[in-house]
Design a protein around this ligand. Structure first.
Ligand SMILES: [Zn+2]
Ligand SMILES: [Zn+2]
Length: 686
């Protein structure tokens, strides 16, 4: 938000209304900055930060005796209700928030991602997808597979500005064939390879609709399709999938676009799928959000949910993806398009690969899939999420939750195949949140060319680097890498689709179970791991005591050597322990190495006297482990007395200190670089 758009920067005596009415309303102050709206409770019990870019809409309620209500709805589905006693300040705040929600114009460089003024060097995140390496992983490398070749035809984005600059085509396709097909496809988006199925050698290609109108043909396009078929040694036949309902495709003919005439393509079978367009999906999600956030009555909830059609749309995407995955695993190559080939096509093509290839179901592989089929092939994140531009009615029509809908489809499949995914739903929700937050440059721009022109990799940080540091938040404890290869036995019956409350209701206290099964399991596993390493340390200590005892009884026969040799060997032993004790990760943390050095000091300063074995090992560290960990249930705040930060939604990870077993927020726990050991400030200084 621009500075001049802030009509009012501070409002006192604002009530934060709890929608479920289970808590007292909190009174506090609202601050407005160019980047955030902040609510601070007077009693210090709550501080709520909301990035202005996340505000989707603001509604003003009527004035009642209690005051006037403002309802702020956010793009990541949080709903915040404020109650203001004075009508004037309510109107001022309303107008300010309106300008935040519907800015007259937004320049890309006003996005949050650019707030960071220091030069950025985040090559690790920005180079997440290495196209040639990914295609080689699939088995498309000249030496392994002479049928497909990397082409430099789009170098500098010359033939298609919404495609990546590296493309893969059948080796037999000549430049004139490619250029001809390019001219015949909407926005130059000609058929290109996105996934090669190593086992069957079938290919998955994607493109935009052809410019057929009622009768136009293109010899080069027909030739390219023939060559795509021929690149598959097992079957020259090709399935062409148009994800649109037939009637929509017919309408496009009037504009000189449309779909292929099967008769002109020698080797092709044609299928329509009834996936609706971005406008239908936008309206559908709005109804879904009405159902999950507004309906208080059960009958009204089901009626609204039914009328949204959301679950039906999810099912259509999954069914089409499953059809593609089945065809490819049977050895038939597929070419997919919708209108422009960047919305529905991205959904089904990416989902198909997720079903076929277990690599894309890992934390890292999922990022590669998003980089390739969403970012690379030009899903218009700026336009679909309303990041930039003037938010007028025209731009409003471009907004649609296509990517969120796909994440929802992924979640639906995770419900059926809980062992197939390395990641949990928190991973999907965090990705979703940052698609809209614009805190990172990853989802800024409509295509690779935009991102290159904006020099994003030098000016903004990548979401992937941020997520790399939080891997353990996203781990699915039930994951079994060998449980599944392809997920072709999905059940697509209506009853298998349900509302993803973990996403849409995650800010509603009381509606969600406060502790999710996967978090409880992860916590139990972590606690077991900590105790096991504790037991291992105790065993080592025991073995050392035994050998010391033996040494002492041996040296007791030669008393003159006792102090000297005993002392120096114990000191050496200590030094070794503090540097590289294999079983003892604890000793590598700064916590225990400082206590180790204290002990070392005491041990070496002791000139003479009787040896006290407790001095030669940081035994205090060994006995500090708590056998009991604070339960997740009821843990709604960080245990650090100076923080006391609230866990406002179920996706905020509640983390245990490995020593005292209390729960802290991420900011208040220090991890060792390998993430194996986490210690709170208090335990660290003790
Ligand atoms: Zn602690
Ligand atoms: Zn904290």
């Amino acid at each position: 938000m621009r500075f001049e758009d802030i009509g009012i920067s501070k409002v006192d005596k604002v009530y934060l209304v709890d929608r479920l009415g289970s808590h007292e309303n909190l009174v506090g102050t609202v601050h407005v900055t160019t980047t955030h709206i902040i609510f601070r409770a007077e009693n210090g019990s709550k501080e709520l930060w909301l990035a202005t870019g996340l505000i989707a809409s603001v509604e003003r309620g009527t004035l009642t005796a209690a005051g006037c209500q403002l309802v702020i709805r956010c793009k990541h589905f949080q709903v915040i209700t404020l109650l203001l006693s004075r009508d004037k300040s309510c109107q001022d705040l309303y107008e300010t928030l309106q300008r935040a929600a519907k800015p007259v114009s937004v320049n890309v460089s006003e996005l949050l991602a650019f707030e960071n003024r220091e030069p950025v060097d985040d090559a690790r995140g920005w180079k997440r997808l290495d196209w040639p390496a990914e295609m080689a992983r699939q088995g498309v490398l000249a030496s392994q597979n002479p049928k497909w070749t990397q082409s430099g035809i789009n170098e500098g984005f010359t033939i298609c500005d919404t495609y990546p600059d590296k493309l893969w085509f059948p080796t037999a396709a000549s430049t004139s064939v490619l250029l001809g097909s390019c001219k015949f496809r909407s926005r130059g988006r000609l058929p290109v390879l996105t996934y090669f199925h190593r086992q069957t050698e079938a290919a998955l290609c994607r493109c935009a609709q052809p410019l057929t109108g009622f009768s136009a043909r293109c010899v080069e396009d027909e030739k390219l399709m023939e060559l795509v078929g021929k690149a598959n040694p097992n079957s020259e036949n090709l399935l062409l999938v148009d994800t649109r309902p037939r009637v929509n495709a017919m309408v496009n003919k009037v504009q000189g676009k449309g779909f292929e005439d099967e008769r002109n393509y020698s080797n092709m079978r044609f299928h329509f799928f009834d996936i609706e367009n971005i406008h239908v999906m936008r309206a559908s999600q709005a109804r879904l959000l009405d159902a999950v956030t507004k309906c208080r009555d059960v009958a009204e909830y089901w009626k609204t949910l039914e009328s949204s059609g959301w679950l039906k749309h999810l099912r259509a995407v999954v069914e089409c993806s499953l059809f593609l995955a089945e065809s490819i695993s049977r050895g038939t190559s597929c070419v997919v398009h919708c209108s422009d080939g960047w919305d529905r096509t991205s959904q089904v093509v990416a989902m198909c690969q997720l079903l076929l290839d277990p690599y894309y179901r890992t934390i890292h592989g999922f990022q590669i899939l998003i980089e390739k089929d969403w970012l690379g092939f030009g899903h218009k994140f700026d336009d679909r999420c309303g990041h930039v531009g003037a938010l007028n009615d025209e731009a409003g029509k471009e907004i649609s939750p296509i990517f969120s809908q796909w994440l929802d489809c992924v979640w639906q499949i995770m419900q059926q195949k809980p062992r197939a995914f390395q990641f949990n739903e928190r991973y999907l929700i965090e990705i979703h949140e940052h698609v809209y937050s614009c805190q990172f440059g990853t989802f800024v721009g409509n295509c690779d060319k935009d991102r290159r022109d904006l020099n994003l990799s030098k000016r903004t940080k990548s979401l992937w680097t941020f997520m790399d540091a939080r891997h353990d938040d996203y781990m699915n404890p039930f994951y079994s890498p060998t449980a599944h290869v392809a997920l072709l036995d999905l059940d697509t019956r209506a009853a298998r689709f349900s509302v993803w409350t973990g996403m849409y209701n995650r800010f509603d206290g009381g509606l969600q179970p406060r502790e999710r099964l996967e978090d409880l399991t992860m916590t139990a596993m972590e606690h077991v791991g900590v105790l096991e390493s504790h037991v291992a340390q105790l065993r080592t200590r025991l073995a050392e005591l035994k050998s010391q005892q033996q040494q002492l009884s041996t040296s007791a026969t030669t008393p003159t050597n006792m102090i000297d040799s005993g002392m120096s060997s114990a000191t050496d032993e200590l030094k070794n322990l503090s540097i590289s004790h294999p079983l003892d990760p604890l000793l590598n943390t700064s916590t225990s190495s400082s206590s180790t050095s204290r002990l070392l000091e005491r041990a070496t300063s002791q000139e003479s006297g009787v040896m006290d074995s407790s001095l030669y090992y940081p035994d205090e560290a060994l006995t500090r482990y708590s056998l009991k960990w604070q339960p997740l249930r009821g843990a709604d705040r960080c245990s650090n007395p100076t923080c006391r930060g609230e866990f406002s939604s179920t996706i905020e990870r509640r983390i245990h200190c490995h020593l005292c077993g209390m729960i802290f927020c991420r900011r208040c726990l220090k991890s060792t670089p390998d993430e194996r050991e986490r210690v709170c400030d208090k335990c660290k200084s003790d």
